[in-house]
Design a protein around this ligand. Structure first.
Ligand SMILES: *Cc1c(COP(=O)(O)O)cnc(C)c1O
Length: 492
């Protein structure tokens, strides 16, 4: 561009940045945010778990793009009025829905610091990279994986499963699948129980194998994969010219917390030459707890393992980890190094083991910091105690249910998941299903608790997933009391 075309930048614009104009004012607003955050967490037990957003609040989310500035104070005020009072409720001691974690205060503080430093974990020679490496090494140590294994922190269990299955598919293909894609006529098949989490089916679909290729194998009475049915299906598929590549074992299913017989799956995979991937989104971190470890210890035999850290380890969303036993296989699946990502021998672009070579993402947030700071602050043993206590609480709740004439346990307690229903005499299945659905909704609408739900053998039940470091025994007493009270009220 010719010199004549440039207009001088106005002085007020030339000095402009996105930083606060007044640092002292910013400091005082930030201090206010911290104070409010502490009150929010410290007082959570006293508040309703959830409340419906009123129309006036919903309307505020319909306004069009703000072009002009407002003060940071005004924006924060809006957050306090329209967002803060209407959370999902995961931080509450009686949040037991789906399967989540409760978050931690120090994890949130670490997330703030991670954003302040704004490091990019794609690659490079900087401390954040060392932190993630160390966290991955700790995960290997917890899971009984060898030091030579590789890993990556990812957004959640869904991504961890996708990455593990991607490596498995590429290794098992037997040709250069990265270059050639899935060749004409190749039908790879993957095996898991009917209880496997849906994200694994999405992964199989994304990997171009089609959902038909995910063979969902029948379960036993305890909801674990039926090994005879698995063997038969593999044999049948081989006879039909399909190419079995992988078995996905569940270390804690989402419905009932069932743990597949991982040792037997590992034997079978070794004998059949298949990749063993374990979906440990729920259970894997239970390796820290004495009353979970024996059940899942064989996951160290997996070729790849998905571990969620924002579930039973309570890291603020998002945090998970995938481990792959064969580092070369992992790297061969994802490494692609154009000139602009070539490493220098010195400076910020040096260092080895760039994380962009272990997954599809280039830019990545510094999610390792919250895990690193939390494990240092609390120690692994304390996380183990919190997990173990949830398992004990599940059995405490089971006892309350079994002692109550109007309550029925619907499935064996799997780790920390309890499925039950309110079942007064004289109602058929349909009526009981409707009644229990209504009880669930009223527990939420009255702000008492957030239970999960599932249907097992046609029976709708409340599903209490106790992945919560704030729950106490009294919370389960209250749950049982309120379920029965609401149930009676609805019937009368
Ligand atoms: C939650 C869950 C997932 C998915 O994990 P996200 O962290 O939600 O992506 C996968 N498998 C199981 C068994 C789960 O419970």
């Amino acid at each position: 561009m010719g010199k004549n075309n440039t207009t001088p930048i106005a002085p007020e614009v030339a000095a402009e940045s996105l930083d606060p104009q007044d640092w002292e004012q910013a400091r005082s607003l930030m201090h206010q945010m911290v104070d409010d955050a502490i009150d929010f967490i410290a007082g959570v037990r006293e508040r309703p778990i959830w409340q419906e957003m009123p129309d006036e609040v919903l309307e505020t989310f319909q306004t069009s793009l703000p072009q002009e500035p407002q003060s940071a104070e005004a924006v924060y005020q809006e957050f306090k009025e329209n967002i803060l009072p209407y959370p999902m409720g995961t931080v509450h001691p009686r949040f037991w829905a789906w399967y989540m974690g409760a978050g931690t205060f120090s994890g949130a503080a670490a997330d703030f610091l991670a954003s302040i430093t704004n490091s990019n974990l794609g690659g490079g020679n900087h401390a954040a990279h060392k932190v993630e490496e160390q966290v991955i090494n700790w995960m290997k140590e917890i899971m009984g994986f060898p030091a030579t294994a590789s890993g990556l922190l990812v957004s959640g269990g869904s991504m961890a499963n996708l990455l593990g299955l991607t490596v498995g598919r590429n290794v098992q293909a037997g040709y250069d699948l990265r270059e050639e894609g899935i060749k004409d006529g190749k039908r790879f098949t993957v095996y898991a129980s009917t209880e496997v989490h849906s994200c694994n089916q999405k992964a199989v679909e994304l990997l171009g194998m089609g959902s038909r290729s995910l063979r969902k194998i029948a379960v036993n009475e305890d909801y674990t994969i039926n090994l005879d049915a698995l063997r038969e299906q593999i044999e049948r598929d081989r006879c039909e010219g399909l190419q079995p590549i992988c078995v996905i074992g569940s270390a804690g299913t989402v419905n009932t917390g069932a743990v597949d017989d991982i040792d037997a799956l590992a034997d079978l995979c070794a004998a059949e030459g298949l990749w063993l991937h374990i979906d440990g989104a729920i259970g894997a971190i239970g390796m820290l707890a004495d009353n979970v470890r024996p059940q899942i210890a064989a996951l160290s035999r997996a070729d790849s393992l998905a571990i969620d850290l924002h579930k039973w380890m309570h890291m603020p969303f998002e945090a998970a980890c995938v481990l792959v036993k064969n580092q070369d296989a992992h790297k061969n699946t994802f490494a692609l190094i154009p000139e602009y990502l070539a490493k220098n021998t010195r400076g910020v672009a040096s260092g080895s083991n760039w994380f962009s070579e272990y997954g599809p993402q280039l830019s990545r947030r510094f999610r390792a910091l919250k895990v690193w700071m939390s494990l240092k602050e609390h120690g692994a043993k304390k996380f183990g105690r919190m997990i173990a206590r949830n398992v004990e609480q599940a059995h405490y709740l089971k006892d309350l249910i079994e002692q109550h004439p109007d309550l029925e346990l619907i499935a064996p307690v799997g780790m920390d998941i309890v499925c039950f229903r309110y079942q007064p005499a004289g109602l058929n299945t349909e009526a009981l299903n409707a009644l229990n659905k209504e009880i669930k909704l009223q527990l939420e609408e009255r702000g008492i608790a957030a239970p999960g739900y599932t249907t097992l053998g046609g029976r709708y039940c409340l599903r209490i997933a106790i992945s919560n470091h704030r729950s106490r025994e009294e919370d389960f007493d209250l749950l049982v009391e309120q379920v029965c009270r609401i149930g009676e009220e609805i019937r009368n």
